[in-house]
Design a protein around this ligand. Structure first.
Ligand SMILES: NC(=O)c1ccc[n+]([C@@H]2O[C@H](COP(=O)([O-])OP(=O)(O)OC[C@H]3O[C@@H](n4cnc5c(N)ncnc54)[C@H](O)[C@@H]3O)[C@@H](O)[C@H]2O)c1
Length: 437
């Protein structure tokens, strides 16, 4: 029996040792789930601070309880290290490193390349390598496999490779790691079988597809679909603004149609590591094939214009009361990119703050999940939402609709409110002070 065939039995018996490279929003929950399923898991990260936290039994990801980290560590199933030499002790390696954009908005594959290089140096017969980072179609076969074959071993006979996109939704307690189906595309049928087997131990459903590139494209379709539909909702918001209509009323009424319509909402712009980034991976790849991904570019154009639109609407609202933005005390409510998380990556709040600061506004923010945020050279610190803070601002701008914020109180105390999320929909008193996107 080949070592790859043997791996099937080792997965069944939980003897297979699992490595996870990149212990962030994606990698840490995955590592903990595999440990909970009975595997011995080693996490790898270049960030020594994360390793220190995990060694101390702490969790820095809101969806991963510290209790789980402590329990799995105590059971000897979970450890973390910056020592990549330990990769040689693992049988299955998951790559969960960031895939951002460069300053010119092209894919930045440097983190992936470094992780693959670290694996290639120690690759041994019988290992399965699964790429989970979101990336352009062709990455696994054009970048990962050639780098691994540089070790002298052969894909399919010596080692296995699959792409299995991550669909985690941080902060979502209804859809967690287990109950979101896992798409898996292997380089060979055995690669798909092995990856499906190992993911079948922690996911309720595994969806095998015919190739690594198909699996890569599945993930990009999902996030491009969101980007384009949010772009449409944002453009409808701009149209409703011109037409003097309430976009939220329009969307909510349209969403009563039981078929053929899916509810997407406008907002102050896109945020997070996925939706503002992933479609650019696809359009970049298509450019290399002389194909212009027009829907993607249009959605990016509209979505990235939203923070500027918010800043203009805030200026208009102040202007109605003969107030200048220059010197106005603007209280931003929520700087995380979405409700009930503390992640500020690509958050539209940053662009809104920058646009208002450029006009001379005096900015402060409240966000129960973010104690401080660095914008340009300035570090902003969370202010408590006291009555004085609310009454003392000239305008409160709702950028993120965290569930713990009391919107009745915000509207009761702040002199004017600009609501980009329809967070104040249930507020009854003082609605005349609210303007919505
Ligand atoms: N966050 C999400 O909601 C989400 C959802 C689905 C898919 N994804 C995708 O998953 C991937 C990871 O995203 P994330 O949100 O977990 O990122 P993250 O920034 O939270 O975590 C990535 C981790 O990788 C580490 N790292 C960077 N380079 C490394 C290297 N060479 N070796 C070892 N560790 C390294 C970083 O220190 C960090 O701890 C990205 O491709 C992203 O697009 C993210």
């Amino acid at each position: 029996m080949s070592r790859l065939e043997e791996l099937k039995d080792r997965i069944d018996s939980r003897e297979a040792k699992i490595g996870v490279i990149g212990l962030g929003y994606v990698g840490l929950p995955l590592a903990v789930e595999f440990a909970k399923a009975g595997f011995t898991v080693v996490g790898f990260d270049v960030d020594g601070e994360k390793i220190r936290a995990l060694d101390a039994g702490e969790s820095y990801i809101e969806d991963v309880p510290a209790k789980d980290v402590k329990e799995q560590k105590a059971a000897g199933r979970l450890s973390a290290t910056t020592d990549f030499a330990k990769l040689s002790t693992t049988d299955i390696i998951n790559i969960c490193v960031p895939t951002p954009l460069t300053r010119t908005k092209d894919p930045d594959v440097s983190h992936m390349a470094k992780a693959i290089e670290d694996i290639a140096k120690r690759l041994r017969s019988g290992q399965l390598v699964v790429l989970g980072s979101t990336t352009y179609p062709g990455t696994t076969s054009e970048l990962l496999i050639p780098m691994l074959e540089g070790s002298g071993l052969t894909i399919g006979t010596d080692f296995s490779v699959a792409f299995a996109p991550e669909r985690i939704d941080p902060g979502n307690s209804k859809f967690t790691v287990q109950n979101v189906p896992k798409v898996v595309g292997g380089e060979t049928p055995l690669c798909t079988e092995l990856a499906s087997k190992v993911y079948g131990t922690i996911f309720d459903q595994v969806v095998p597809v015919s190739s690594t590139a198909t699996a890569e494209m599945v993930k990009l379709l999902e996030n491009t679909f969101r980007s384009i539909n949010i772009g449409l909702a944002n453009e409808v918001a701009l149209m409703c603004d011109r037409l003097g209509l309430d976009v939220w009323e329009v969307i909510d009424a349209a969403a009563t149609k039981p078929y053929g319509f899916m509810r997407f909402v406008p907002g102050p712009g896109l945020g997070g590591h996925c939706i503002p980034v992933d479609p650019s991976y696809l359009s970049w790849k298509m450019k290399s094939l002389n194909f212009s991904a027009r829907f993607i570019e249009l959605a990016i154009d509209i979505n990235t214009s939203m923070p500027g639109h918010v800043a203009r609407r805030v200026a208009d609202l102040l202007n109605e009361d003969r107030l200048a933005v220059n010197g106005a005390r603007v209280l931003i409510l929520g700087v995380a990119y979405k409700p009930d998380v503390g992640d500020v990556r690509e958050s539209p709040a940053i662009d809104v703050i920058e646009a208002l600061e450029a006009k001379g506004a005096d900015i402060s923010y409240h966000d129960p999940h973010v104690s401080e945020v660095m914008i340009g050279d300035t570090t902003f610190k969370n202010v408590e939402l006291s009555d004085e803070v609310l009454t003392g601002c000239d305008i409160a701008v709702i950028v993120t609709d965290h569930s713990e914020i009391d919107w009745d109180r915000v509207v009761a105390k702040a002199p004017r409110v600009f609501d980009t999320r329809n967070a104040t929909k249930n507020v009854r008193e003082g609605r005349e002070r609210i303007r919505k996107l």
